[in-house]
Structure formats: structure tokens, C-alpha cells
Design a protein around this ligand. Structure first.
Ligand code: ATP
Ligand code: MG
Length: 729
């Protein structure tokens, strides 16, 4: 039989062979959707002779794109897996590289990540002398995003011919932020999407180019596409109208971020294919998944079955504390790996990233190697940022990079020099680097260390035109003094990260050997990646949020922190009611269906700072038919059903909205001892600085009650104030 069609069932073969027109595959988790996509790609290339350069295959995350590439490369000649197997942002970068000049940007535009955005926001905050008590960097950036979503900012601010009066920028910090982005030709992740749509809407040539090029378009995880993702897909498919989308409505977990499952459900497919055999998980695990998701009212029922070997392992562990919960997980991993399993067979999933801390401590104690996916982004680490800033300064001469490295390592370029340079730059409307370059002979700047710096950057700029990025990397490290600086700091982790970066550059060069790559294309391509996508973390246990686990699979899966209010998140339910609850349940379904052979669901007792109450097992545990889970830990079935009464109480509280809400700066609050006050600062996620009549205090959030301005202290704290002697707290 044809290799490409081997190991596929009839429905899957039907999907692979349905190459023409609009085809939709709707199927449950682990039913081979992604497999079909990979095989279909291979079928088009190997059997129909389609050039891979004419197939666009998009998926959701970089991890998933990488997984897709691995699967495809097993089926086709290596040279046939190209860069058009990518994420939607990855595609936008390619699109913009060719056509961003239409809105006045050079093709070597800069893609900024969260940290860059924060730096720029801070710059504007200080320029406008905004009161950081009222506007945090996070809030600032979300105002920018909201503005961009609602306003035609490309027309009014970005385009070269846009002529917003200068006062608008002086009076409006959001506009000023966008103006600075424009000045430096910087795009954040959302800009990539908006710019692409803007050009597609208005310019026929690039649209035609891509429509003619893309004979076949395939999209994985289509249930999570947002309206703008669909906009891009619909523009592209215009040429040949061969669009193949696969998805699972039960795994839609990004509605909170604007995903529109309706786009998937109402897609005008000419061929619809349903896959209903699960190949990933044991029957027991699948039963657990089905029994959870069947509690969602708003869904199309699916009949997913499996023929894989039955096994018994679906376990609920209840621990006396979160330390014990972590320990228990670590012990299971230890035992199973003694019995022949490898660390990379395990994944530990959680609802929110802060839940990883206790688990990490337990793994460390037992010397189990682990990797946290999506922790600090690799490219946000200081040492990596430093080197990339050198790269960027060489390529773009931009101010952000200049500020980052002028004193890294120290060149004694002090505040006085910087202020002077800033003045010159503003006056001449030039970049900091150019201003320094032109004024290097003037008194303040004319120091050997600064002259050397200019020489270094000029020399490397010249070389960057003909040497590979990896060689440039070596030159930067040695000639700038960075390497020496890190060695003196003797921080091994930093040195390892630097070695890792070098390795990744070499891999990048090999993977793109046939393309015309240079420093700018490299910088654009890596800007889309995070640690999780890039680092090679082979023999380790993987820790990640459930959102990051989408599309992946692991032999053994632990889902931890399954306490009511944490998972499902009571905030999501409070904000989005039934829709929020159902999305949380789909998230649980995603988590459970990642497991192939064994599934452990864990939770523990203690105090829950989020709901400000004792912890009880999640409603999702309660929903699983009790013969499907084996209970571990010091707990009988009777005790568990008692705990579930607590769960029910908490569910009622959440539903009736009596769980205390989050506090914000400016909120009026009451405290049993200090009386009424106002929140003036968030000092951490669970504590606040409050201004009371008698002075300011830092108070933990669970000691504060939101005050409606009406209730008296006696009404709010009856125990304290009705006490006859007036003391006891
Ligand atoms: P998810 O919804 O989680 O993204 P999916 O539908 O994309 O899952 P895949 O990841 O493609 O599912 O497949 C799940 C597992 O089942 C993979 O390990 C895949 O190789 C295997 N598989 C799928 N179809 C078959 C088949 N016909 N024969 C053998 N194995 C299969
Ligand atoms: Mg998949």
C-alpha cells in the first residue's frame, strides 16, 4: 500500500484524499486530526506532485508547528518540509517581509516581545510623568491593545501620509506609544495580524501573489481561530478555494482571547468528515474525558471510542497539603521511572502557572530533572536579551537596543552623557546611535571606551553583510567584552543559555540553508519563539499550563491543583458565567485527553487564597463517574463524598457571587481593625498598600473587604464590634 496511506483508517484516508474544495474534519481528541493533516501534506507532495512551496499548513502554537514538521518529515523528503508549515503569526511575518513597504515600513522591521513593549511603555509613562499608582505598565499596554482593536490606527498614525497634528501625540499617551513604535518600525504580535489584514484589504498585488501561490491551505486547531485569523484565512483561500480545516469544538479554550468557534462550526464545507476513533488514550482515560465533557450543555455530542489496550490507571489523589501533593507526584514519577519509564514520558499540567512552584520544589528534592515550558521566555532572559540587543543595534541602530547595551558591559556612559545625547537626538530627530556617531568627537562623548564601542558596531555592521549570523555571534561575544563579563560573574546558567543560543543559531542556519537568510530575517524569525518552542529539553519531566499542552500527548499525565475555585477558575465563572464554566470544562477535557497510558488527578487540603476559603476538590472530580477513578491518599469514599459537600457549598457561593472579588487600586475597603481605607498600591498579587485614616499599611487581601460606602463596621465585622468588651479580634 501507498506509504502515505498506511496506518490510517478509512475515514482518515477519505480526509487525506479529499484534496479539492472546502473540507472540514470535525473530530474528538486523539482521533488523528493532526496525523491526517501531516499525511495529507505528504499525499499532495508525494502522490500528486504538488510543490511544497504551494502548500500552507497553519497551526496554533510553535510547539504544534514543530510537531507537525517532525511528522511530515517522516513522510516526505527532508527538503520538502518548508517554512510554510507555521503558525499564523509566522505566516504574517513572511507576508509582511514581502509587502510591508506598502505602509511605509522597511522589510527589516522589528518584532517586539512583551519585554520590549514594557520598556517602551515605561518610556512613555515617564515622558508623560504618569502616576504609576493609577496606571501600571500592564494596564498601559492593555489600553494600547484596546485602542488598536477599536480604531483605524494604521491609517491615522502608521501610514507615512497620516497627518495627525503633533498635539495629539503630546496629549495622548496611547497615540504617543504607537508613534514611537512607528518611528522605530516596531510591530508587536497583534500588529503582525492587523498589518497583514490591512494590506490584504487594500492591495491586490500581494493578495493575488499569495492566492496564486497557495494551491492548498490547511489549518489545524481551527476551533480556536479568532475573527482576524479567519479574516486572513478567507483572504488567502480566495485563489484556489482549497481549504482544509480540522478542529474539535470540545477543545475550544481561547474564547476569552477572542477565538470564534462559530467560524469553524458555520464553515461552508463541501465535504464534512467525522473521525470518531481515538488512538491515543486507554478506554479508561477516554471514559473519564467523556464523562467530564458530557456535563457541557452547549455542545454537539460526539461518540468517541477506542480500541487501545485497557489499563486501570486513572487515579484521584487527595493530599493533606499542597506540599504533600507535590511530594506524591514526585514519588510516583520516581517509582515509574525505576520501572523503566523515562522522564520525558511525564507531563504535569496545571490551570495557572503559579501552581508549578510546589511541584518544582518536590521534584528538586528528589533530583528529578524537569523543564517548565513557558516559564520565563528564553528570549526574555537577560543574557539572551543582551546579545540580541547587539544583533539588533547592528541591524537597526534602534534606541531600545542602544540603551540596553551602551553600558553592557560598563563603558562608563553616565546619566549626564545620556541626557545630552537624548537632547541631541530629539533636536535632530535622529536615533541615539546616529547622534553619538556624528558627535563622537565632542567633549562629553570622546572617551576611549565610547570610541571603541562605535568602532565595534561599525565594524560588525560591515561584516554582518557577508558573514553568517553564527560567526557574528562569536565576534560580538568576544569583542564586546560580554563573554568576559559573564565569565567574571561565573553564572553557569547564563553561560549555558548562551551556548544554547549559539546552538539554536546553528540549527537555524542549517534548516534554512537554501533560503536567503541574513541577520534581519533571523531576528524576525526568532522573535516569534519562546523558550518552550526552542529549547531542546530532551530527558526531562515537562511542566506546563493546560493551554500550552494543546495538541500534544504524553504517556503519563498529572493534572494537579484540582481544587474548586482554582480549576475551574472562579474568576472565569464570575466574569463569563455559564460560558466561562463550559470553557473551563473543555480545558479539563483537553488536559485529560493528553494522557496515553496513565492519568493522575491530584488536589489537596489547605487554605485557598483565591477563594479565601478552605480548599475542596474540584467540581470536575465530582462529575467523573466514581467507578472510573481509583482513590489514593488517606481518604475513604465516604470522606470524599463529605468533601464534595464542601465543593457544592463553594459552587453555590461562586454561582451566587459571594466570593470576594479581586481588589484594585482606588477601591474602598474595610478592615476589622484599621477601619475604612482606600487601596493605593498593589504590592503583590495577594497584598495591598491601603491608606487608612490613621496611616498606611500593607495588608493581605484576605483581611480586606470591599466596602460599598454604606455598611458600618459593626455590620461588616459583627464578631469584633458586638463583643461586649470591644476587644477580641
Ligand atoms: P488532538 O485533538 O489532541 O489534537 P488529534 O486528533 O490531532 O488530537 P493526533 O495527535 O493526530 O490526534 O493522533 C493521536 C495519536 O494517535 C497519535 O499518536 C497518532 O499517531 C495516533 N494515530 C492516529 N491515527 C492513527 C491510526 N490510524 N493508526 C495508528 N495510530 C494513529
Ligand atoms: Mg492535533
Amino acid at each position: 500500500m501507498n506509504k502515505v496511506l498506511e496506518n490510517l483508517n478509512n475515514k482518515q484516508i477519505e480526509a487525506v484524499e479529499a484534496t479539492e474544495g472546502r473540507v472540514r474534519v470535525v473530530a474528538g481528541a486523539g482521533s488523528g486530526k493532526t496525523r491526517v493533516l501531516a499525511h495529507r501534506y505528504a499525499y499532495l507532495v508525494n502522490d500528486l506532485g504538488i510543490d511544497p512551496g504551494n502548500i500552507l499548513c497553519m497551526t496554533f502554537t510553535n510547539k504544534a508547528a514543530r510537531e507537525m514538521k517532525v511528522r511530515i518529515s517522516k513522510l516526505v523528503h527532508r527538503a520538502h518540509v518548508n517554512d510554510l508549515v507555521c503558525t499564523i503569526h509566522g505566516f504574517c511575518v513572511k507576508f509582511l517581509r514581502r509587502d510591508i513597504h506598502r505602509i511605509g515600513y522597511p522589510s527589516n522591521f522589528i518584532i517586539t516581545d512583551e519585554e520590549d513593549n514594557k520598556l517602551l511603555a515605561k518610556q512613555v509613562i515617564s515622558e508623560f510623568q504618569l502616576d504609576t499608582k493609577n496606571i501600571t505598565v500592564k494596564k498601559f499596554l492593555s489600553e494600547v491593545q484596546l485602542y488598536k482593536a477599536l480604531n483605524p490606527y494604521i491609517e491615522t498614525i502608521i501610514l507615512p501620509e497620516s497627518d495627525l497634528p503633533q498635539e495629539e501625540f503630546q496629549n495622548d499617551y496611547v497615540k504617543r506609544y504607537i508613534q514611537l513604535q512607528q518611528k522605530n518600525f516596531m510591530l508587536d504580535f497583534n500588529d503582525l495580524i492587523y498589518f497583514t489584514i490591512y494590506i490584504m484589504d487594500r492591495h491586490e498585488e500581494p493578495l493575488n501573489y499569495w492566492q496564486q501561490k497557495l494551491n492548498y491551505i490547511m489549518v489545524d486547531e481551527a476551533q480556536d481561530c479568532s475573527a482576524s485569523d479567519w479574516d486572513i484565512i478567507n483572504h488567502l483561500k480566495g485563489g484556489y478555494d482549497n481549504l482544509f480545516i480540522v478542529g474539535d469544538p470540545d477543545q475550544c479554550i481561547y474564547e476569552w482571547r477572542g477565538a470564534k468557534p462559530d467560524g469553524f462550526l458555520s464553515f461552508p464545507a463541501e465535504t464534512d468528515i467525522i473521525l470518531n476513533q481515538n488512538y491515543r488514550s486507554t478506554p479508561n482515560i477516554l471514559d473519564v474525558a467523556n464523562s467530564i465533557i458530557s456535563h457541557n450543555v452547549n455542545r454537539i455530542p460526539k461518540d468517541l471510542f477506542t480500541k487501545t489496550e485497557p489499563s486501570k490507571i486513572a487515579i484521584h489523589y487527595h493530599g493533606p497539603s499542597d506540599d504533600e501533593e507535590g511530594n506524591w507526584i514526585a514519588t510516583q514519577i520516581e517509582k515509574l521511572s525505576e520501572n523503566g519509564m523515562a522522564y520525558c514520558d511525564f507531563a504535569i499540567l496545571y490551570r495557572a502557572s503559579h501552581l508549578s512552584r510546589k511541584i518544582e520544589q518536590a521534584l528538586l528534592r528528589k533530583h528529578i530533572k524537569y523543564a517548565v515550558w513557558g516559564g520565563i521566555r528564553f528570549f526574555e532572559r537577560r543574557e539572551i536579551k543582551d546579545i540580541l540587543a547587539y544583533f539588533r543595534l547592528i541591524a537597526y541602530k534602534d534606541d531600545l537596543s542602544f540603551k540596553r547595551i551602551i553600558n553592557t558591559p560598563s563603558r562608563r556612559f553616565g546619566n549626564v552623557s545620556m541626557t545630552r545625547l537624548q537632547e541631541i537626538a530629539t533636536y535632530k530627530n535622529a536615533s541615539l546611535y546616529d547622534s553619538l556617531y556624528k558627535n563622537i568627537n565632542s567633549g562629553v562623548f570622546n572617551k576611549p571606551s565610547i570610541v571603541d564601542f562605535i568602532r565595534l558596531i561599525e565594524g560588525l555592521t560591515e561584516k554582518s553583510k557577508y558573514i553568517p549570523v553564527s560567526e557574528l555571534f562569536d565576534l560580538i561575544l568576544t569583542q564586546s567584552g560580554l563573554e568576559e563579563m559573564y565569565r567574571t560573574e561565573a553564572d553557569n546558567e547564563r553561560l549555558e543559555n548562551i551556548a544554547e543560543l549559539k546552538q539554536s543559531i546553528l540549527e537555524y542556519e542549517t534548516a534554512n540553508a537554501e533560503d536567503d537568510i541574513n541577520l534581519e530575517t533571523y531576528l524576525q524569525d526568532i522573535a516569534l519563539y519562546t523558550n518552550a518552542d526552542y529549547k531542546n529539553d530532551g530527558e526531562t519531566v515537562k511542566l506546563m499550563t493546560i493551554h500550552q499542552s494543546k495538541g500534544l500527548e504524553f504517556p503519563v499525565v498529572f493534572v494537579c491543583g484540582l481544587s474548586e475555585g482554582i480549576f475551574p477558575s472562579h474568576r472565569t465563572i464570575r466574569e463569563r458565567k455559564k460560558n466561562g464554566e463550559e470553557e473551563e470544562r473543555r480545558l479539563m477535557y483537553v488536559a485529560v485527553t493528553r494522557a496515553e497510558k496513565a492519568l493522575f488527578l491530584t488536589e489537596s487540603e489547605g487554605y485557598n487564597a483565591v477563594t479565601r476559603s478552605d480548599k475542596y476538590p474540584s467540581r470536575f472530580l465530582k462529575e467523573i463517574k466514581d467507578d472510573l477513578l481509583e482513590i489514593k491518599g488517606d481518604l475513604t469514599k465516604e470522606e470524599l463524598s463529605q468533601l464534595f459537600e464542601g465543593t457544592q457549598q463553594l459552587i453555590d457561593d461562586i454561582e451566587n457571587d459571594v466570593i470576594p472579588t479581586d481588589l484594585h487600586i482606588g477601591d474602598k475597603v474595610a478592615h476589622k481593625f484599621f477601619g475604612f481605607g482606600e487601596i493605593i498600591e498593589e504590592s503583590s498579587s495577594t497584598s495591598y498598600k491601603v491608606r487608612f485614616e490613621k496611616g498606611e499599611r500593607f495588608i493581605q487581601s484576605n483581611f480586606l473587604t470591599l466596602w460599598d460606602g454604606k455598611k458600618t463596621l459593626e455590620e461588616l465585622f459583627p464578631k469584633r464590634y458586638n463583643n461586649s468588651n470591644g476587644i477580641g479580634l
